[in-house]
Design a protein around this ligand. Sequence first.
Ligand SMILES: *Cc1c(COP(=O)(O)O)cnc(C)c1O
Length: 462
Amino acid sequence: MRYISTRGQAPALSFEEVVLTGMASDGGLYVPETVPRLSHDDLAEMAGLSYAEIAFRVMKPYINGEIDDATFREIVRDAYASFSHDAVVPLNQLDANHFLLELFHGPTLAFKDVALQLLGRLLDHFLEKRNERAVIMGATSGDTGSAAIEGCRHCDNLDIFILHPYQRVSEVQRRQMTTVLADNVFNVAIEGNFDDAQAMVKASFADQSFLKGARLVAVNSINWARIMAQIVYYVASAVALGAPQRSVSFCVPSANFGNLFAGYMAYRMGLPVERFVIATNANDILHRTLVDNDFSKRELVATLTPSMDIVVSSNFERLLFEAYERDGDAVRDLMDRFQAEPAVLAEAPLSRLREMFASHRVDDATILEVIREAHHRTQEVLDPHTATGYRAAERERGDPGVPMITLATAHPAKFAEAVVKAGFPGVPLPPHMDDLLEREERYTVLPAELSAVQQFMAENRR
Ligand SMILES: *Cc1c(COP(=O)(O)O)cnc(C)c1O
């Protein structure tokens, strides 16, 4: 299997190349050239298997024989051994047919661990094989940076530089990054805001000469391997609830759309899914596009769900590519218009999307209400991101015979501000992290100047 760009003009790549490459050279995103199928029997045989074994079977066709089975099994097993729950992503039944899929039992307490624990190990494997080293660079306002650091801390062939805005990240989120004292981990606090940090990352990818030949790798959600790893928990949870004999629906708190696109891939592979429900916060480009055909950028709004605060949903382009029946020229044209001005989708692709997707926007006041209400009804304290999903799922409950699975994307201890605002005394960190606030931190404060950051990276990379 090869990987092709959503804009149709970049060279097709192997799996190894696509893992080491971020965005396609034509500005598009890589997707598999064909969608591998899971047959009825393939799914039926997964009942009762471990998460790691299901992961191996779901991802194997995407790896394309580029890693031998024994090695890939080992990589997968090792990645998911870092989770604190034996089921890796347990289902928690809230009522007769509403379930929470708890994706927050990884090292940094948010769902991004599921993909990044695997991606770090895949990168390390390929680099080792090529006898190369690489530098990871990313900007974060929270979740992605810590998950990337945890995913790469044990990787001999990688150095990772994560930029965060100085004094503008919550203490828990900062400490999840800065208390990782591994030799290959470099936390840089930029005297500026998140956009400054992001702009420096973009500029560095555009001109990598400051690294004198070292490869720069992106671990943001445009990396195909992150999507691939996330397909697995859709399959595993549906099988646990009776697939392939029974269909399920999924509700997903969404921002860059990587998580939900993985669910769509599971559906395309043959998983019986009735419906996908998109939950957004006030940054509602996905909701506006689907409901009003208003595909346009709006000013960023800061909400109680910071990990969903986005202007553009980068992975939505992958879904558009499918909705436009894989017409790369049409996608390129649409994305060019979208960059310049408010755009609209053509009628046929939009109605294809509406057949499978519903969406709901959930504001901050409602999030607080939901946290209280869900606790009253189920005894669960939801994190605010998960709360948006809970509300969207409740609004969209269709056939009572079809289980609704809401993805719980973060542990509530990670977003204590919203939980406290909702009237709870706060949620303790899980046992393996309860000394987080006492651990030694290490980070470097730098001015918001590209040359200062690049010089620091050039001097410190190993
Ligand atoms: C990243 C994140 C999201 C959004 O996921 P996307 O894949 O960008 O749609 C939602 N909730 C939490 C807690 C996150 O960290």
